[in-house]
Design a protein around this ligand. Structure first.
Ligand code: TYM
Length: 331
């Protein structure tokens, strides 16, 4: 069985871009793989976080994993900082990571400009490589913005293996097809939908109210045409169509044949109905999960125990290969 690993930062509100590009794929993949999903809180503090709000966000994200359909009977959910192997392996990988490769990371440049640089932000992709490599991951389902980070993870695995002997599996990115891997802002379709967007109209959050969802879709940028046509040329309309098709669980082509000829306002009403109906069912589950914190804690305990046990196997090999600590008995 393949191992898949992925994670979300508890650094803002989960939005429909995260859902379409990542979480909805996870739900499918858990059926056929050993699935490990992490709440990457150590990554989140590479930009300033308010401590109380961060703790709350971690549980919110965990509950949302469950609410969108991650099933703890099939998948493992844990909090990154509860397994110290992530930091340990990141340190080892740091020593084989070329400075220049981290300097080229676009997310580092973007986030550094926005929030101010720090060494953690610079080192972010190495910690992410450690997350993935610790679990001998085969595939990493992510949105397009994580592609560059995954290339680094592969490079580091290859470099480590050729220098110290075969320890890591080379992970493959699993990036969802045709537009869904990069959902754009509703208010500026040239920008990616993002947790840290300052414009609230750009992003539909999974926990938005019906009123907010309807307002955001109503105000979403379109183009100078008035009706849906087969050559949906503009980025704005094709983004809305991609969201529609994803929520309908159908291909873009089927959505287009269904919607061709409808006015933009008719289309927006249909889209709003669809998003409201899907998110309200997620929210209902979310509220039930949050009302039973003990069960959520048990899920996170199990996930943590599983993660520690599994990562220890890799970590032992790493220490042995590099020559750290004392010899491992019977090894
Ligand atoms: P994060 O928290 O920014 O985003 C979580 C996931 O959502 C995807 N995503 C999108 N997909 C489509 N359209 C969008 N507009 C959009 N915005 C975000 C992201 O690609 C991601 O899959 N570095 C990661 C977290 C991480 C991680 C890992 C992921 C840390 N360690 C190991 C995989 C494996 C991040 O910041 O995701």
């Amino acid at each position: 069985m393949k191992t898949i690993f992925s994670g979300v930062q508890p650094s803002g509100n989960l939005h429909i871009g995260n859902y379409i590009g990542a979480l909805s794929q996870w739900v499918k993949l858990q059926e056929e793989s050993e699935a490990i999903f992490c709440i990457v809180d150590l990554h989140a503090i590479t930009v300033p976080q308010e401590p109380k709000a961060l703790r709350e966000k971690i549980l919110e994200i965990a509950a949302l994993y469950l609410a969108v359909g991650i099933d703890p009977a099939k998948a493992h959910i844990f909090i990154q900082s509860e397994n110290s192997d992530h930091v340990k392996l990141a340190w080892v990988l740091n020593t084989i990571t070329p400075f220049g490769q981290l300097e080229r990371m676009t997310q580092f440049k973007e986030k550094g400009e926005k929030h101010g640089e720090n060494v953690g932000l610079f080192d972010y992709p190495v910690l992410m490589a450690a997350d993935i490599l610790l679990y001998q991951t085969d595939e990493v389902p992510v949105g397009e913005d994580q592609k560059q980070h995954l290339e680094l993870a592969r490079d580091l695995a290859q470099k480590f293996n050729s220098r110290f002997g075969q320890v890591f599996k080379l992970p493959n990115p699993l990036i969802s097809p045709s537009g869904t891997a990069r959902i754009m802002s509703l208010s500026d379709p040239t920008k990616k939908m993002s947790k840290s967007d300052n414009d609230p109209l750009g992003t539909i959050n999974l926990l938005d109210s019906e009123e907010q969802i309807r307002e955001k879709i109503k105000k979403a940028v379109t183009d100078s045409a008035t009706h849906i046509s087969k050559d949906h040329g503009s980025e704005a309309i094709s983004n809305l169509l991609t969201i529609y098709a994803a929520f309908k669980n159908q291909s873009l082509e089927s959505s287009l044949s269904e919607l061709e000829g409808k006015s933009y306002s008719e289309f927006k009403n249909l889209l709003a109905d669809l998003v409201v109906s899907k998110l309200s069912s997620i929210q209902q589950k979310y509220n039930e999960i949050r009302a039973d914190e003990n069960s959520l804690m048990l899920v996170l305990n199990d996930g943590r125990d599983f993660a520690i046990e599994k990562s220890q196997e890799t970590m032992k090999k790493v220490l042995d290969a590099v020559g750290l600590g004392r010899p491992i008995p019977n090894h």
